[in-house]
Design a protein around this ligand. Structure first.
Ligand SMILES: Cc1cc2nc3c(=O)[nH]c(=O)nc-3n(C[C@H](O)[C@H](O)[C@H](O)COP(=O)(O)OP(=O)(O)OC[C@H]3O[C@@H](n4cnc5c(N)ncnc54)[C@H](O)[C@@H]3O)c2cc1C
Ligand code: FES
Length: 284
């Protein structure tokens, strides 16, 4: 029987700097796998440890994938500082459910990301631009980061915004001289200053026929959720990536519960209607 705790090998082929503390790691897998946008992998550096990350590349049956990682602690520091192309890493997964793309037929999908949260959402966007494109009504992307230099995947925004069914707005938290000067101008993308929730002011979508999916720091998810509810979204229309600390990834270690739900197994993208009665944002 296959041991679910045993990682298989993935060769690191390339590392791309996205920002000063976010890099994209390109991996060649030793065996193909099939994943859905939003499902996550446990990535391990031999002798150091493993951590959960959601691939940022196109979902489907793949023998290569990218994972985009914020440098934040022991394992991510190691990945940022020590590993190099040619090194072998370990992978387990995919785990979790992924984004509920089956619900999106005929609907508008409002994709709301903050910081490195656009990485998991990029896999969802690639699915929306690919297999789901003919079926969805519209794709509205709202993305915010601290400063212009903290925006990830900057070289792709114009291509995304050019698509007929897509609109995109981005914001940076505080004014920045180069933003004002137009040094970060993206054709077809609306740009402003303020926390990501500012992008939901004057929202131009048919709310009844829209699903929102959001990924970012939990504090951002909290305020995005409250704003969406204020705007008239029902809890059933809101999906949140609850990227909490995890260990086993398969519902065995009890590290990741919200109420009766295991985020690793039942999520990590959770419908707000399912978790709203279990204090999902804790003391935030
Ligand atoms: C399902 C899932 C998908 C994820 N996808 C991505 C991704 O695509 N890209 C990415 O950069 N990160 C992602 N994360 C977060 C990533 O797993 C953590 O940043 C990583 O585990 C930190 O490990 P570390 O050893 O470097 O940090 P540690 O030394 O363990 O911790 C350093 C700091 O990071 C905080 N931290 C640890 N784990 C998390 C977490 N899960 N969420 C928020 N803060 C945390 C700690 O509280 C501490 O402040 C995901 C997490 C989950 C659960
Ligand atoms: S990570 Fe072990 S139960 Fe979810």
């Amino acid at each position: 029987m296959k041991n679910i705790y045993y990682p298989y090998k993935a060769e690191l082929t390339k590392i791309k700097d996205e920002t000063s503390n976010i890099k994209t790691f390109f991996l060649k897998l030793s065996q193909p796998l099939t994943f859905k946008g939003g499902q996550f992998m446990q990535l391990s550096a031999p002798g150091i440890g493993e951590a959960p990350f959601t691939p940022s590349s196109e979902p489907g049956e793949v023998d290569e994938m990218t994972i985009t990682i914020l440098k934040t602690g022991r394992i991510t520091d190691y990945l940022h500082e020590k590993v190099k192309p040619g090194d072998i890493l370990g992978l387990r997964g995919p785990f979790g459910h992924g984004y509920p793309t089956h619900l999106f037929d005929g609907k508008t999908v409002l994709v709301i990301g903050g910081g490195v949260g656009l990485a998991p959402l990029r896999a969802c966007l690639y699915a929306l631009f690919g297999e789901c494109y003919d079926r969805v009504n519209r794709i509205s992307i709202k993305y915010g980061a601290r400063s212009p230099y903290d925006l990830v995947f900057r070289d792709e925004y114009e291509e995304w915004a050019k698509k007929e069914k897509v609109d995109m707005s981005i914001s940076i938290d505080r004014p920045h001289p180069e933003w004002e000067k137009g040094a970060f101008k993206f054709d077809g993308v609306s740009q402003t200053v303020g926390l990501v929730t500012v992008l939901l002011d004057n929202l131009d979508v048919d709310i009844e026929n829209t699903y929102a999916v959001s990924c970012g720091p939990e504090i951002m998810l909290k305020f995005v959720t409250y704003k969406l509810l204020d705007l008239g979204f029902k809890p059933e229309q809101i999906y949140l990536s609850m990227n909490r600390r995890m260990s086993c990834g398969v519902g065995k270690c009890h590290r990741c519960n919200i109420g009766p739900y295991y985020l690793c197994k039942d999520g990590p993208d959770m419908c707000y209607a399912d978790i709203m009665n279990y204090d999902p944002f804790g003391s935030l």
